[in-house]
Ligand binder design. Sequence first.
Ligand SMILES: *Cc1c(COP(=O)(O)O)cnc(C)c1O
Length: 358
Amino acid sequence: MAHRVHNFGAGPAALPLPALARAREELLDWGGTGMSVLEHSHRGDAYEAMHHDTLLRLRRLAGLPDTHEILLLQGGASMQFATVPMNLLRPGEAADYVVHGAWGDKALAEAKLVGDARLAGKHPTCAATVRDEDLALTPGAAYVHYTTNETIHGAQYHQVPDAKGAPLVADMSSDIFSRPFDHARHALTYAGAQKNLGPSGLVVVFVDKGLLARARTDIPQILRYQTHAKSASLYNTIPTFAVYLLREVCVWLEERGGVAAMGAENDRKQRALYAALDEHPGAYELPVERDARSWMNVVFRLRGDGAEARFLAEAARRELVGLRGHRSVGGVRASIYNAVSEASVARLCELVRDFARG
Ligand SMILES: *Cc1c(COP(=O)(O)O)cnc(C)c1O
């Protein structure tokens, strides 16, 4: 058995051990082909079968109806910050962006370079999501973009914002498949893979076929959603190994009971960790408002000089790693994605209690 620590890193993040073990087992000889999956042509039967099985599993896990297409793209979620407006925003149209953290901000900044992208609502401190009544939406907007979970600030939408009938676009990079979610109610959802799905670089997109049919075609071929839809995401050489690992993560998710079972487990994890932190208000400060607390990224600060450094040192001693907050906000952040087990969270709760008691 390899030595494994408790990884609370924000991304690239912990992957399910069975997925990694399977990859190791099969690395030199994939499915009796005498070659690694890394060495197979993306046009060959073996790869194509695995690729289509991945798409099928993603559809099952998402509960995605036929109204939506699945795309596997490159460039991470940041590439989508650019390609969403390039495909969906036309001259003379406006797109609305709801911002409650760093990623929403970046998405808006990119969209502004493409067209008339407007800030439709912002949380001043990123300590919560933006309430529906605080949204200033543009009538007839091409779409409304929001971030389901702000990975850095630790605030998450627990219900879908009311876009007043405009197509909804959601960046779900850090909470996709963490609990049941109505993808079909969204025109487009996307997620960089390295938090809950697999290796970095790959991004999964679910897009409404009607919207796809109207997407712009006056942009470079490689950036068009239609290009990738027409070729089942095999237009050019896809990162084949990333797709392979994505499939293994999907297999693992389905074996565990899918997104509903994951949601129940993630709920237990977040309840346990927030409860431990709430027990010691003298030691820990939680900046995010209660009703927006993220199930995936639990952000907190330690009170007292030098306490944070001592906490992180004790965490490291117990092999709890990846807990330092994002460089832009500081503090501590425990990312408890799907692949972070209840046992790992229990170890962190233990540390939270032990440290507060001194
Ligand atoms: C990590 C993250 C991104 C950026 O992903 P890249 O793959 O590095 O481009 C964007 N949005 C959210 C919500 C994220 O968590």
